[in-house]
Design a protein around this ligand. Structure first.
Ligand code: BES
Ligand code: MN
Ligand code: MN
Length: 461
């Protein structure tokens, strides 16, 4: 038998075992956002390093950071062949509102060919595909067709705050020819895709204070400003009626969509009505002059992620709240810079905020946008591998989500990234009932195994 036939046979025979092992990974509540889960995050890192070792990876270790550890492991016994740096994350999002889950988020449950659990798609399931693809090569052939380094972090869902420093301090350890990431959805069920662009992110908290304490709204209403109302007024000035962000200078660095790219996207099988109905939205909304895909993939947005002010309990209470708070975030596109956008936002906020309240702006995490020219040998190799795994050639997409380290890899290591994800748009990432299609998981393992084979044939030197 040919080496790749042996690998694919092994993957097919072990299909059910992979799911059982993935269930163990998904049972660990590695929620990076919640300090109460710090021990679980570490346990997930340890479980992951065990899984790398069992797959046959070498030099497996935890790299400590000021935050959560990074799991590293490599296999470098193919001198002269290309080296892949595989990046992913073992941390997950919180599970609230937990009562909306059909089955408990950390007891992975299979229903209708999908595995339901927090982290199933984002990103444990997709990381595990690659671990199993390596294992299949090593157990069947005793070797890999190229060199591979696994670099798995535990802080992606909280903005990868410590990762840039780690990358900068370990450029030799991470030296490679291409970064491979599986942490994004496919375009649609049955339509695999390669993603060549991500939006960036800048996240803020706005705190308003009007008075020392809450006040009787009868005794004092009319005498002082109401921070909840002022906050609403401030937020209302962030976008115009056409959905354009009103922060002066906001669009200065936005790279215009090329007509060629727009034309490519128009060819994608995107059904807007179905999209709207699946989201349960009465009507879609966004910046005028752009299609839905253009707005999500290539245009920046300003979003309110959460609001807190005043009395929200049952019944009615006549009160003027002393404070109001908003969490807001801005999705960035090439070539916007989170730091510069933060300065522009702060200046505009200062300008629109009335003197009746005190305003504090806290800059939280950020990440730069990323985009690559997808006509390169690695992307073509990934295209062939996806076709071999899924029986269908991929389409090329950008995504609205963010993976902060991708632009860092490009800048610090000077290597391109290939994003081949097998989630689905309805995977419920960050939401109740997160799931991963087990057919895509299985085909993803096969595609990953072929990806190593295909990249191995590229002359990297
Ligand atoms: N896997 C996602 C990123 C993603 C989402 C890529 C959708 C492509 C499509 C990642 O885990 C994520 O959720 N990132 C955060 C980053 C933030 C916390 C800095 C995001 O996009 O909100
Ligand atoms: Mn992710
Ligand atoms: Mn995520």
């Amino acid at each position: 038998m040919k080496p790749m036939d042996r690998v694919v046979d092994f993957i097919n025979v072990n299909r059910d075992r992979y799911v059982e092992e993935l269930k163990q990974f998904l049972a660990i509540p590695s929620i990076s956002a919640l300090p109460a889960h710090a021990a679980d995050v570490r346990r997930a890192a340890e479980w992951t390093s065990g899984a790398l070792e069992r797959a046959g990876l070498q030099h497996v270790r935890l790299m400590e950071t000021p935050g959560n550890p990074i799991v590293y492991g490599d296999w470098l016994n193919a001198p002269g062949r290309p080296t892949i740096l595989f990046y992913g994350h073992y941390d997950v999002q919180p599970v609230d509102p937990v009562e909306q889950w059909t089955s408990p988020p950390f007891e992975a449950t299979v229903r209708d060919g999908e595995i339901y659990a927090r982290g199933a798609a984002d990103d444990k399931g997709q990381v595990f595909m690659h671990v199993k693809a390596v294992e299949a090569h090593l157990t069947q052939n005793g070797t890999l067709p190229l060199n591979i380094k696994f670099f798995l972090e535990g802080e992606e869902e909280v903005g990868s705050a410590h990762l840039d420093d780690v990358v900068r301090a370990h450029t030799e350890l991470l030296a490679s020819d291409v970064v491979v990431i599986s942490d994004s959805p496919m375009f649609d069920r049955g339509i695999p895709s390669i993603c060549y662009g991500l939006r960036g992110l800048a996240y803020y908290q706005i705190d308003l204070r009007g008075t020392k304490t809450d006040l009787h709204s009868g005794s004092f209403g009319g005498a002082v400003a109401n921070p909840a109302f002022v906050l609403a007024q401030i937020l209302a000035q962030m976008k115009d009626r056409g959905g354009r962000v009103r922060i002066p200078g906001f669009y200065d660095d936005v790279r215009a969509l090329s007509e060629a790219e727009r034309a490519e996207w128009k060819k994608l099988p995107f059904n807007e009505t179905r999209y709207r109905k699946e989201l349960g939205a009465p009507r879609l909304s966004g910046e005028s002059g752009y299609t839905t895909l253009e707005r999500v993939w290539a245009r920046p947005t300003f979003e309110v992620n959460g609001l807190l002010a005043g009395f929200t309990g049952e019944g009615a209470k006549t009160v003027i709240p002393a404070t109001a708070m908003a969490k807001v975030s801005i999705r960035l596109v090439p070539d916007q810079d989170p730091g510069r956008i933060g300065d522009l936002f702060e200046a505009y906020l200062t300008k629109v905020a009335p003197a009746t309240v005190s305003v504090t702006l806290t800059r939280m995490h950020g990440g730069r946008p990323w985009m690559t020219d997808f006509d390169n040998a690695y992307v073509r190799a990934a295209g062939r591998a996806v076709e071999l795994g899924f029986g269908k050639a991929p389409v090329f997409t950008r995504e609205g989500g963010s993976i902060p380290v991708v632009s860092t890899f490009q800048e610090e290591l000077g290597v391109p990234s290939v994003l081949f994800g097998v989630g689905l748009p309805d995977e419920n990432a960050h939401a109740p009932d997160e799931k991963l299609d087990l057919g895509n998981f299985h085909n993803g393992i096969i595609a990953a195994a072929f990806l190593y084979q295909e990249i191995a044939g590229i002359d990297a030197r």
